[in-house]
Design a binder for this molecule. Structure first.
Ligand code: NAP
Ligand code: ZN
Length: 367
């Protein structure tokens, strides 16, 4: 059975923003640009986007206050700015953080002043503004998902998803990713592996999402291994990583993620481990789990992929630095309720018990 929706127009490749500037016309005469502090300018995307907007007679204002693991409060502030400036659409430029933020900003711009609770409960009186994105990392696939992951006022990461949060148009010029430091290339690349593997092992996987997962990992395996070994990436390697990230985003837009992502949020919130690396800590546990609990599904995955489990484990080991988190038995017991009745845990094939999660936490972190 298929259950699949992909309403985003995606254009990737060299100079994709410049070459398609005319497509921006339909979104209005004024845009709010949403970026992080520096990288959008450093990688060339900001210049391409502003030139493209200006070439179509579209004016813009900038909000560049989005940090990693974007704060809901910053999105509210940016929404206010968009509303005061009379922006008709939101253009997010950056990695997953500014792109996810742009989705929330589009809600706040149309509904200035709504509370955090009403935002998460989707009590939006007015339709979010149209969203356009330009990705600068090869990672989250936020370009093609209706998901926005934000940090709330209690410093907890929550994802919200709604079909109104799909971008109308997403660009991806792989040249933008060339300025990523190695640490960011590895963390975002391993996030792609996590999306694609978790999606494959989701209870909601179907033939579309599985094809996207397999295609994604096949594309990323060689260039990511190259990066993990410290070799320089060519533009063709970067294109493969970028396209793999879009396929991974497509896969999770059908299925959502499984327990590694949700467990990774804990490491990011409490120990500031970058998102992709935080999730990848638990990927070997997912592989072990499916091999033991649902061997047919695991066997089919490796057969279709043509890459054995050992090779994927070697890739993770090469890309992932040591994560020096140590917890006591009592601390592990105290955080365990987070994963009771948790959607990402329940989404994983087989029935992952809270006791299994405890076993995984003890294995990684017990002092
Ligand atoms: P990010 O948080 O957007 O950026 C990480 C760092 O990389 C920042 O310091 C950023 O700098 C820098 N950077 C970005 N692009 C760069 C470039 N081209 N050159 C140099 N530096 C660059 O990283 P991300 O991994 O792409 O996004 C992670 C976020 O996405 C997390 O919050 C995660 O929860 C979320 N996520 C969303 C989805 C979804 O479906 N929506 C899926 C998975 C994860 P600046 O701050 O200066 O920009
Ligand atoms: Zn992710």
């Amino acid at each position: 059975m298929l259950n699949f929706c992909m309403p985003v127009k995606v254009i990737s490749g060299e100079d994709s923003v410049k070459k398609n500037a005319v497509l921006l016309k339909e979104f209005g005469k004024k845009a709010l640009l949403v970026t992080g502090a520096e990288s959008a300018k450093r990688c060339g995307a900001f210049q391409d986007v502003t030139e493209a907007l200006e070439s179509q007679g579209i004016s813009w204002v900038l909000f560049d206050g989005i940090c990693e693991n974007p704060l809901l409060s910053a999105c509210r502030e940016a929404g206010m700015k968009a509303s005061e400036a009379g922006a008709e659409f939101i253009f997010g430029i950056g990695g997953g953080s500014p792109m996810d933020a742009a989705k929330a900003v589009s809600v706040f711009a149309a509904n200035p002043g709504i509370s955090e609770e009403d935002f998460y409960d989707k009590k939006w009186n007015c339709k979010p503004l149209p969203i356009v994105l330009a990705g600068t990392t090869a990672g989250t696939g936020s370009e093609v998902t209706d998901v926005s992951v934000l940090t709330d006022s209690k410093a907890k990461k929550h994802s919200i998803h709604d079909p109104l949060l799909y971008a109308k148009l997403s660009f991806g010029d792989p040249r933008y990713t060339a300025s990523m430091p190695l640490r960011v290339t590895l963390s975002t690349g391993i996030d792609v592996l996590a999306h694609s593997a978790e999606s494959y092992f989701s209870k909601k996987a179907n033939e579309i999402s599985r094809a996207a997962s397999i295609g994604s990992i096949s594309l990323l395996y060689a260039p990511l291994m190259k990066a993990a070994k410290g070799d320089d990436l060519t533009i063709s390697d970067r294109e493969k990583l970028y396209e793999a990230s879009i396929l991974g985003g497509l896969a999770i837009s059908v299925t959502g993620t499984c327990f590694p992502h949700n467990m990774g949020y804990y490491l990011t919130e409490n120990f500031r481990v970058p998102h992709g690396m935080a999730c990848a800590v638990f990927l070997p546990d997912l592989f072990t789990w499916v091999r033991e609990a649902v061997p047919d599904c695991a066997g089919e995955f490796y057969e279709r992929l043509g890459i054995p489990e050992d090779a994927l484990l070697s890739l993770i080991a090469a890309a992932l630095p040591a994560i020096p988190v140590r917890l006591t038995d009592e601390e592990i017991s105290a955080i365990l309720p987070r994963w009771e009745n948790n959607n990402s845990v329940k989404n994983t094939v087989g029935e992952v018990s809270t006791e299994k999660i405890r076993e995984i936490l003890l294995k990684h972190f017990l002092m």
